[in-house]
Ligand binder design. Structure first.
Ligand code: SAM
Length: 197
């Protein structure tokens, strides 16, 4: 099954599964709010059913919620009527936005899903303003239990240290720590290194 079909299928039950991690999302939103300004233009990649975009919208000038699964985006549109929240179908390995567009790019539980994270980073760096930030919490683990099934699905299974190393070429990592209230997640913020495109 191709990856878009896979995520379209997951989209049907994604909201129900999310309710089980409400505390994790509360913590994430609190941490993100501290790093976003009210005048910021924000892009969320891999938004899924749009929980984060809907909750960040009151704290920024504009947020665009994107995903490559059209079923996820349909579900996301039902979650909020915020005037400053827009939606787009975008593959984060091939973004179509003009360069230097966004103050903040958010991607939650997304980087470990793609074959080539560096390709995603180059896309993000192109659309991010020079002083912009990337907020990229993602699944990490120190245990072995989930490794085999996740790798079978084609996902990366990194420790926190391995995840941080993905950023070493193109980014200055300004925050990287285990997400409180979550068993398997690293919270990470990064800024562009100059002239690294
Ligand atoms: C685990 S879900 C996370 C959703 C949301 N960020 C959250 O934390 O609730 C992963 C999402 O990434 C999307 N995705 C995976 N690969 C993608 C790609 N290359 N471009 C855009 N979206 C992608 C999937 O469609 C899915 O909605």
């Amino acid at each position: 099954m191709n990856k878009i079909k896979f995520w379209n299928r997951i989209a049907r039950t994604y909201n129900e599964n999310q309710e089980r991690t409400a505390a994790e999302y509360d913590t994430l939103i609190d941490l993100m709010k501290k790093n976003i300004q009210i005048n910021d233009s924000v892009l969320e990649l891999a938004t899924g059913t749009g929980t984060i975009a809907a909750r960040i919208a009151p704290y920024c000038a504009h947020i665009e919620a994107s995903d490559f699964s059209e079923v996820m985006i349909e579900k996301a549109k039902q979650k909020s009527n915020a005037k400053n929240l827009t939606f787009s179908i975008q593959d984060m390995t091939d973004l179509t936005y003009p360069e230097n567009t966004f103050d903040v790019v958010i991607v939650v539980n997304g980087i470990h899903l793609v074959d080539d994270p560096q390709l995603v980073f180059r896309n993000i760096q192109r659309v991010l303003k020079s002083d912009g930030i990337l907020i990229a919490p993602t699944f990490t683990t120190n245990g072995n239990l989930v490794k085999i099934p996740m790798r079978t699905l084609g996902f990366h299974v990194w420790t926190e240290k391995e995840y941080r190393q993905q950023f070493s070429k193109l980014w200055h990592v300004t925050a990287c720590f285990p997400l409180p209230n979550a068993k398997n997640s690293t919270f990470l913020i990064a800024r562009k290194k100059a002239d690294k495109l």
